[in-house]
Design a binder for this molecule. Structure first.
Ligand SMILES: [Ca+2]
Ligand SMILES: [Ca+2]
Ligand SMILES: [Ca+2]
Ligand SMILES: [Ca+2]
Length: 258
């Protein structure tokens, strides 16, 4: 009868299955770990355990944990899901996944979204020759809500610069890329560029340049890959609108070290 069942002692462990990801899967970015659990009397919770650390306890179905794998190393990791019933019985299943995230973008504030002091100069970028209204702009955006706007009167080397405090070694392979859009630009200006400089420890510099079209154009992406000749102690990035007219918008720059 129901009354007797209520006083039965529960000695039966719950069931637990990890549904996603599957054992051996290669994962990147943020993934959702999903488990199914049940119990003969009353399930209490499902714990998610990564490399031996409890990272979440879910008390209601669906049993899930959102895992940002970018905070983990590129290596095999163990995911364990443990079901606990109300009587203290438990059961678990474990799988291994291989985390394989791409390299980190070395550029700081690469999409020009951040401007903590709201003076229109994006955080971590230094302006040279900016006119009023140049800087972080919501006129257009390739990614996010803002881009970097630089106007020109045809007579100046207008640019934004950033020094990245990262050291590296001869043989490093670096890919530099970005997006640009221009409005009312003349095709006879000097250039619309992104420049990367490796500041070598011996005082020399190595550079690579991406050239965008000088004439008026919609968003276009350019990239270049350079190999370091020498050990370097920092990297400088210059985004230039040199002897151009009209307005240039830059967005979503990336510097990836393989
Ligand atoms: Ca049970
Ligand atoms: Ca849940
Ligand atoms: Ca942006
Ligand atoms: Ca600012």
């Amino acid at each position: 009868s129901p009354a007797q069942a209520a006083f039965q002692i529960d000695t039966v462990q719950p069931t637990i299955t990890i549904d996603d990801p599957v054992d051996g899967q290669v994962v990147e970015g943020t993934i959702t770990v999903k488990a199914t659990a049940s119990d003969d009397v009353q399930l209490d919770n499902v714990e998610f355990i990564i490399d031996g650390t409890v990272v979440a306890t879910d008390t209601t179905a669906p049993f899930e944990y959102s895992w940002d794998t970018t905070s983990a190393t590129n290596a095999l990791h163990r995911i364990r899901a443990k079901a606990n019933d109300a009587a203290g019985n438990n059961n678990d299943q474990a799988i291994h996944v291989e985390v394989l995230n791409g390299p980190t973008n070395l550029i700081i504030n690469p999409s020009f979204e951040l401007d903590d002091d709201t003076n229109n100069i994006p955080d971590n970028w230094s302006p040279y020759g900016f006119a009023p209204g140049d800087g972080r702009s919501s006129d257009f955006a390739k990614e996010g809500n803002y881009s970097l706007k630089i106007t020109g009167d045809g007579t100046k080397l207008n640019s934004a610069k950033q020094r990245i405090p990262t050291s590296g070694n001869a043989g490093d392979i670096l890919t530099f890329s970005g997006w640009n859009k221009t409005v009312d630009a003349s095709a006879t200006g000097r250039c619309v560029v992104g420049i990367i400089y490796l500041n070598n420890v011996d005082g020399s510099r190595k550079n690579g340049v991406i050239f965008f079209d000088r004439s008026t154009h919609d968003w276009q992406q350019r990239s270049t890959t350079i190999v370091a000749d020498k050990d370097y102690s920092s990297i400088d990035i210059t985004i230039g609108y040199f002897y151009q007219t009209g307005a240039a918008y830059f967005d979503d720059f990336k510097l990836l070290r393989q």
